[in-house]
Design a binder for this molecule. Structure first.
Ligand code: ADP
Length: 263
């Protein structure tokens, strides 16, 4: 039987992710562009992934779009909710996971998934920037750093400067006043990570934490947040190197299932 190539496109709020699968399992290529919905990010991610696999759009049998801006992506065969795709993708990355914590650029989700990867229940914070990647981006900007610098700074911290405000705007003022006092920057970053962890752990506890836990989304790339969340929840968290691609992977798997049904 001929290979079935499927493509998952995750149009996020801050990043666009594209992943191509052969026969629902083998990752042929992936691309991540740091520009999300409403930008050229999605089409650039598509072009990059196709070029890196040496493929043309016509070679791909099924294109499935997911993510915040999924309905804006032209030419998708299927448009599927992020929650279903994240569950499928997280299950493929970590088969044992029963709880998935996903922190993206604009929201945070806690998902319960069954042994077959099916989404059983979820809770989401998409109303408030605190506890999301946006909070970290705002804080990184105040510190004149990039979000990708924060994990290393956390590791070098001598202590922790706690952030008491739960609102992003007030927390930003708090960080600025701590900077004025001349506190250790790395300890401040640790406090910022702890603040995200407290919010996320509360969301996960409201859903009910069933181990093992896997973390997905761009913030999973920040080991400082992952460690803060581990100590907040008192359990280890699994993170795949493809954690930020979980939605795109789930979309490609969804397309594979649909493509095989109609084959
Ligand atoms: P979305 O799908 O909403 O666009 P993502 O899941 O791609 O969001 O996550 C974006 C967030 O991931 C950013 O807000 C940022 O906090 C974090 N992030 C992105 N790249 C990195 C990196 N290299 N290191 C640490 N954190 C990162």
């Amino acid at each position: 039987m001929a290979d079935l190539l499927t493509l998952g496109m995750d149009v996020g709020s801050t990043t666009s992710k594209c992943l191509i699968l052969r026969n629902g399992e083998e990752v042929l290529a992936s691309a991540l562009v740091p520009a999300g919905t409403g930008t050229s990010g999605p089409s650039r991610a598509l072009e990059e992934a196709l070029a890196s696999a040496g493929l043309a759009r016509e070679d791909v049998a099924v294109l499935t779009a997911t993510g915040y801006g999924r309905s804006t992506f032209p030419g998708a065969d299927y448009v599927v909710s992020e929650l279903s795709c994240h569950a499928l993708g997280a299950h493929a990355l970590c088969e044992e996971a029963r709880t998935v914590i996903d922190i993206g650029g604009q929201d945070a989700k806690a998902l319960r998934i069954g042994p077959d990867g099916k989404l059983e229940s979820f809770l989401m914070n998409d109303k408030c920037a605190a506890g999301t990647g946006r909070f970290l981006e705002v804080m990184a900007r105040v510190l004149e750093k990039d979000v990708s610098d924060l994990a290393e700074m956390d590791e070098q911290a001598e202590g922790i400067v706690p952030i008491s405000s739960t609102c992003t705007v007030f927390a930003e003022s708090e960080v600025i006043s701590q900077l004025a006092k001349g506190v250790d920057l790395c300890s401040l970053v640790k406090g910022i990570h702890a603040s995200v962890a407290v919010r996320t752990a509360a969301l996960a506890r409201r859903l009910g934490v069933v181990p093992p836990i896997a973390m997905t989304g761009g913030v999973a790339r920040n080991a400082g947040v992952v460690h803060a969340l581990e100590s907040e929840l008192g359990t280890s968290i699994r993170v795949s190197p493809l954690a930020q691609m979980a939605g795109a992977l789930g979309a490609a798997i969804y397309g594979y299932r649909k493509g095989s049904e109609s084959a």
